[in-house]
Design a binder for this molecule. Structure first.
Ligand code: NAG
Ligand code: NAG
Ligand code: NAG
Ligand code: NAG
Ligand code: NAG
Ligand code: NAG
Ligand code: NAG
Ligand code: NAG
Length: 455
């Protein structure tokens, strides 16, 4: 009798195993789960590109209830980050979803600005074909094959710089992911002096966040670390709780192969050659959006570097209404951070600016101390796109509220403020406006730093 039961159990188990063998569980975003990815939506595009989705597979949206949600939406809603009337909305995580037919599936986070900031996933699900050979699927996170190349300079965190990341340590893990670090490469840590440091630490110190003893500490920004040997490198900050809050980076450095072409090291910051192309829409700061950047003005300089801006391109400034504005200013105003007089002020997000002239363009915010703290962007428009830009006014979103535009063609940006009175009326000029928090737990700490340092 008990033998029969055992047999039955074995049989059922075997059946279960067999029936689930073809069903793959995909944990969306891997270890990082379902969040606002630090690098913007490219994070989930990259992740999806490593997966094969088949009807019947399970998508696991791993998130904390209350901190994120997930909605399945149409392509249009996905493209527009429109969370009105989703196909479904799930607020409880983790959430498992099984696509039941072949086709494209679109998912977004609907909370605050999460979708705009990159919490969006598009996948292609294919029909169940003949069962493929049960080759163990190669690990999706396998590092890219190592091909010889010259030394690379990496800016840690890119526009985010080196700080306590809003999303926790996943930020630097995502940043490092899929990058190949080789002996000879250089890491550059950008931060505001005296608000951060870079501690090179052992594995134990890294894991326990005990920075009593470090291998070395770099205290001035930009801190440059040349990777001199193969192996794992670990970085954190000795500032109180920074490590625990996620300011930590671990990378694996591989030996460099023979350098292929002894190309005379071309200037690394040389702008890309200008070739005719279609108009491009640039999202200022990408996932960071338009705000006082944690790392100071270097953030937007880094963002703009190596991008080519042409007449016909569009700049989109994303920010939280009432906490920032976009002031188009002269070079003098940009450099002195004197926004008493501006060319134009845009007060509602997303603020779109179409580039209409070949020249330098300068942007900042009229909010108190924003410019000084680094919310400033200078770009060089170097040519014209293949398609002629529409002759419409260059500002698609006219400012509303208190300020009125002083000119309809701010793109002309001739270095003199338009006559007719400066478009002053800067919004609340008390201390920094309330930094609206989009669900992250750590902005508080950043704010504390800002307040401590700048007041
Ligand atoms: C989901 O996230 C939690 C917390 O990060 C983690 O412990 C857990 O292993 C994740 N689950 C899966 C299936 O990856
Ligand atoms: C968002 O989607 C809803 C429902 O599909 C639609 O009514 C609305 O106009 C859309 N909003 C925008 C801004 O496109
Ligand atoms: C799905 O596949 C089709 C055809 O290969 C492609 O055109 C489309 O862009 C893919 N969609 C996504 C979301 O990857
Ligand atoms: C931190 O590490 C030091 C030595 O590196 C050790 O003496 C100390 O006890 C550790 N502190 C904690 C709280 O573990
Ligand atoms: C940090 O301090 C160093 C040395 O005083 C200085 O050279 C550097 O420009 C400072 N960096 C920033 C970002 O302020
Ligand atoms: C700022 O610029 C305005 C005119 O654009 C000028 O009148 C004012 O003196 C400047 N303020 C400072 C502090 O330089
Ligand atoms: C900002 O305000 C404008 C006008 O009120 C609105 O259309 C837009 O959706 C708002 N943007 C954000 C990001 O809240
Ligand atoms: C724009 O380009 C000119 C000439 O190449 C250069 O002198 C200037 O510094 C550049 N401006 C900015 C803001 O990059």
């Amino acid at each position: 009798m008990s033998k029969l039961i055992s047999l039955a159990i074995v049989a059922v188990t075997a059946l279960l195993i067999q029936s689930s063998a073809a069903q793959t569980a995909h944990v969306v975003g891997g270890d990082f789960g379902w969040i606002v990815p630090p690098g913007g939506s490219i994070a989930y595009r990259t992740w999806a590109a490593t997966q094969t989705f088949t009807v019947g597979d399970i998508l696991v949206f791993n998130f904390t209830t209350g901190e994120q949600d997930v909605a399945r939406v149409t392509k249009e809603a996905f493209d527009a980050c429109n969370s009105t009337g989703p196909i479904f909305l799930e607020k409880t995580g983790p959430f498992n979803y099984t696509p039941d037919s072949a086709g494209e599936y679109y998912f977004i986070g609907t909370m605050d600005r999460r979708c705009t900031l990159g919490q969006k996933l598009a996948i292609n699900v294919t029909a169940l074909g003949p069962t493929p050979s049960p080759s163990p699927s190669s690990p999706p996170d396998a590092p890219a094959p190592v091909t010889p190349r010259g030394p690379v300079t990496y800016t840690v965190g890119d526009g985010l710089g080196w700080e306590v990341p809003p999303g926790g340590e996943v930020a630097y893990a995502t940043w490092a992911r899929n990058k190949v670090f080789m002996v000879g490469d250089i890491l550059v840590f950008n931060f505001i002096n005296e608000t951060q440091d870079v501690a090179v630490v052992t594995k134990e110190a890294y894991e326990t966040c005990n920075t009593t003893s470090t291998i070395s500490i770099l205290t001035t920004s930009p801190a440059r670390v040349t990777l001199t040997s193969a192996g794992e490198y670990r970085f954190t900050s000795t500032y109180s709780r920074h490590c625990a809050l996620g300011q930590k980076l671990t990378i694996n450095v591989v030996a460099s192969g023979p350098i292929p072409s002894p190309a005379p090291s071309s200037s690394p910051t040389a702008p890309a050659p200008v070739t005719p192309r279609s108009p491009v829409t640039y999202y200022i700061g990408d996932g960071l959006g338009w705000e006082v950047p944690p790392g100071g003005a270097v953030a937007y300089a880094t963002w703009a570097r190596n991008k080519d801006f042409m007449v016909g391109d569009t700049l989109v400034f994303n920010f939280i209404n009432g906490t920032q504005d976009v002031a188009i200013v002269t070079k003098e105003a940009y450099e002195s951070c004197n926004t008493t007089s501006t060319i134009t002020i845009l007060t509602t997000s997303p603020a779109r600016v179409t580039l209409t002239t070949v020249s330098e363009h300068f942007f900042t915010s009229t909010y108190s101390r924003h410019c000084e703290l680094g919310q400033k962007l200078a770009i060089n428009v170097t040519g014209t796109t293949g398609t002629s830009p529409s002759p419409s006014p260059s500002i698609a979103t006219p400012p509303t509220g208190t300020s009125t535009p002083t000119t309809s063609t701010p793109g002309s940006s001739s270095p003199s403020p338009t006559a007719g009175g400066p478009a002053t009326a800067p919004p609340p000029s008390s201390s920094a406006p309330p930094r609206v928090i989009y669900g992250f737990s750590l902005i508080t700490l950043l704010s504390t730093i800002f307040l401590a340092v700048f007041h």
